[in-house]
Unconditional design. Structure first.
Length: 498
């Protein structure tokens, strides 16, 4: 099996909380959290939940079957923290509505739940409003089109192409020329368009060369056709992306950022979609995975004092505690050994980017494999370190986290590689896979939901070649993918586990 060596982040695991015999299951505990008090507010049904000491937003969301973000939207103050005896409005699951004033209901034509009159929109919060149910995702056809216009902005540096000697090209031209740096993304993107066209999806693609020159980017946005775009993919340098983001917000155009990891990209802009998940999302997903996948035991998080993100172990600890895991943060391998259990599994999470420290720790834990039940997860960037012995990683049931992972034994991956070879006469690199996956995912969503994809993108799930997409939105901000791939070593192969 061949794996694409990109963005793989390791993490080392510790041990979990196991419910003793006779104790309540997590499901039973959640049922007891749920309030029986309900109230109708502005025509919508809500549970009125009184927070008890020790409860968390995560626990409350699970009890009511809603997303944490749904609770935050109805109770903006909880972003600053929650406290005992505080009351929350919890929306009934699946309830989505649009309000219009009674005075306008008879005059304003409302097509499929969409309010077109600005004066009506301003009045939606008035007490004399009536509730028009919002149509389910995919049923509202008011923003759908026969053909969608999509812009792809890439730093292609086309002005430098003339310098390339086509008859005697430099063998390292793809490594040295900026003109070819992001070309694989475009190539993968084109293959996705070809596939979608065969399914009847009609896309009119506009490709723009947007290099590092911010002045040129501003001039580019003056092109009259850009205001009519239905979606923009901006594989751009940060300053240029911010310029395009302001344009997209002003003109209400969905803007996709394919590769940046910056969290601030989505701040205050509900039209931005950030594809690369954040480190915060990584810790949340890791804790959630451990709670779901590992039964009984304890989590030990080993902190290396030289690790740059000094607060990360404590953040992971908090995420684990919110999921009722038994967890401790320790300062050294020796301290962890003193806490290992011989009766229960031990999940050891070591956060270090120091190669010498990581190698020494890996060897030390390996020596204890027959004495304790140990599971190891490596974090971060251990894949870039030399000397990680496969024998050690397999014996310790090592888990990894990555933003992307390509299984070259997968049938869909094989087909993509074959098509890419036929068309471009070379092997696809990660950018090509990303270009294909993102084009196929977002343009399929555009075709399914129309231009207002933000309302429904959280429901849109699709298998992809190198990752999955799980978008969430915070209040008044854009959307961020929170999915990290998790794998484990098994029989000297990497096997996806989430």
């Amino acid at each position: 099996m061949r794996y694409f060596p990109v963005f793989i982040l390791f993490v080392l695991f510790g041990q979990f909380f196991c419910l003793e015999a006779g104790a309540q299951s997590p499901q039973d505990q959640l049922k007891q959290i749920k309030s029986s008090v309900t109230e109708k507010i502005d025509g919508r049904d809500f549970y009125i939940h009184t927070i008890k000491r020790g409860q968390t937003l995560y626990m409350i969301s699970k009890a009511y079957g809603v997303e944490v973000n749904d609770i935050i939207r109805e109770n903006p103050g909880v972003k600053e923290g929650i406290k005992a005896d505080q009351k929350l409005r919890i929306p009934f699951p699946g309830q989505k509505t649009v309000a219009i004033p009674k005075s306008a209901a008879g005059k304003e034509k409302v097509a499929a739940g969409k309010v077109n009159n600005p004066a009506v929109k301003e009045a939606v919060s008035k007490s004399d409003s009536v509730i028009i149910p919002e149509l389910p995702c995919g049923k509202d056809k008011t923003t759908k089109k026969a053909v969608y216009k999509v812009a792809l902005m890439l730093p292609l540096y086309l002005a430098g192409v003339d310098e390339v000697d086509a008859e005697n090209p430099d063998p390292k031209i793809f490594e040295t020329s900026k003109s070819f740096q992001f070309l694989p993304f475009y190539e993968g993107f084109r293959l996705a368009l070809d596939s979608l066209e065969k399914l009847g999806v009609k896309i009119k693609l506009y490709v723009y060369d947007a290099d590092k020159d911010t002045l040129q980017t501003r001039l580019l946005l003056k092109k009259p056709e850009l205001k009519s775009m239905d979606m923009i993919f901006g594989l751009l340098y940060h300053a240029n992306f911010q310029i395009v983001a302001a344009f997209a917000k002003k003109n209400k155009i969905s803007l996709i950022n394919p590769i940046s990891e910056r969290n601030e990209l989505v701040a205050g802009n509900p039209y931005v979609f950030k594809v690369q998940p954040s480190k915060k999302a990584q810790l949340e997903q890791l804790a959630g995975f451990m709670a779901d996948a590992f039964g009984g035991g304890q989590v030990l998080i080993i902190r290396n004092g030289q690790y740059g993100d000094h607060d990360a172990p404590d953040r992971l600890k908090k995420e684990c505690q919110e999921r009722n895991l038994k967890v401790q943060v320790v300062e050294s391998q020796e301290a962890a050994i003193g806490l290992y259990s011989k009766d229960k599994p031990n999940y050891v999470v070591v956060m270090s980017d120091n190669q010498e420290y990581a190698l020494d720790l890996l060897r030390g834990i390996y020596k204890l494999r027959n004495e304790y039940n140990l599971t190891l997860v490596g974090l971060p960037n251990w894949s870039a370190m030399d000397g990680l012995e496969n024998e050690y990683l397999v014996a310790l049931k090592t888990h990894m986290m990555a933003r992307s992972f390509i299984d070259y034994d997968d049938a869909a991956v094989k087909q993509f590689v074959r098509r890419y070879h036929e068309l471009y006469k070379t092997d696809p690199e990660l950018l090509a896979f990303q270009g294909f996956d993102q084009a196929y995912y977002f343009l399929s969503a555009l075709n399914a939901y129309g231009t207002n994809i933000g309302r429904c993108i959280g429901e849109f799930k699709m298998n992809s070649l190198q990752t999955r997409f799980d978008f969430i939105q915070t209040r008044d901000n854009g959307f961020e993918n929170r999915h990290w791939e998790i794998y484990k070593y098994e029989n000297y192969k990497l096997v996806p586990v989430n």
